[in-house]
Design a protein around this ligand. Structure first.
Ligand code: PAF
Length: 276
């Protein structure tokens, strides 16, 4: 695997791969890689001739500077982990990607106005800024994203549509710890006790699948989460799986999902589940 840290070298490498007529699979990451990322990278490996992975903690998608400062950075270990699966790792500095502060403004419409978009002002614009630049530089045939960040995928689909980007966006299932907790780079900030308790988030969502309709599901999830003093519920929303707009009944949409965000101590965890 080759490690690239400049845009000039990246675009030169991409041009060479393209001139050889090879397909490109791309996995954008912010590092602190875990088995969830590896599952994306392995899928990219299986479906493409050349695999690029980016490792870049994107400052402009953090609306909370403390969260940015505490975001785990483990580049050496990340490179070791992906060495057998990726052909190229792009790990630029912040100055390389943003020599001047970015000024792009995106409007993704209703999919960005709810949940994470409402809770984290500017977050999805920051995601749009970096993902657009990365897709422009890497020009992948396919780009892979985890469904834990389901709303992010909806926003990126809208970005790709608006900007007429040719890459296919490939959503991949959430990978879970043996205890059920959705894998996330943030999990490593949990204490061992918090890590075990956090497994209840997924357990509660799974148990809620047995309930009849939205009001019962919402009441159940909210009351179960409240039983854990370590948890602070940010939101639990039931929404149309396509538009991400709130539903009041399971019959309101063809696909319905539940989206949850919980603070465990200072760590903000997100997860989701499909009801139909
Ligand atoms: O999902 C992530 O890790 C990030 O939001 C992404 C897509 C790499 C953009 O920085």
């Amino acid at each position: 695997m080759f490690v690239i840290d400049t845009i000039a070298e990246l675009t030169k490498t991409v041009a060479k791969v393209k001139s050889e007529g090879k397909t490109i699979g791309f996995v954008p990451t912010m590092g602190a890689l875990h088995d969830g990322h590896l599952s994306l990278i392995k899928r990219a490996r299986a479906e493409n001739e050349v695999v690029f992975v980016s490792i870049f903690v994107n400052p402009v998608q953090f609306n909370n500077q403390d969260d940015l400062a505490k975001y785990p950075r483990t580049l050496e270990r990340d490179l070791e982990l992906i060495g057998d699966y990726a052909d190229y790792a792009f790990a630029p500095s912040v100055e390389e990607v943003f020599p001047t502060p970015p000024t792009e403004k995106y409007h993704f419409g209703p999919v960005e106005e709810v949940m994470e978009g409402a809770a984290r002002p500017g977050h999805f614009n920051g995601v749009g800024v970096i993902v657009r630049r990365l897709l422009d530089w890497v020009q992948p045939d396919k780009a892979y994203f985890g469904e834990k960040d389901y709303q992010q995928i909806a926003v990126i689909r809208e970005l790709v549509r608006q900007c007429d980007i040719k890459s296919e966006i490939v959503p991949c299932p959430t990978v879970r710890e043996p205890n059920g907790l959705a894998m996330s780079s943030r999990n490593r900030r949990l204490t061992p006790e918090q890590f075990e308790t956090s497994a209840n988030i997924h357990r509660i969502l799974v148990e809620s699948l047995e309930l009849e309709d939205v009001p019962q599901i919402k009441a159940f999830v909210e009351s179960e989460i409240a039983k854990y003093p370590e948890f602070k519920l940010d939101y639990f929303e039931m929404a149309d799986a396509d538009t991400l707009q709130t539903v009041h009944h399971l019959d309101d949409a063809a696909g319905v999902m539940g989206f949850i965000t919980v603070y465990v101590g200072e760590v903000r965890l997100i997860d989701n589940i499909r009801y139909k």
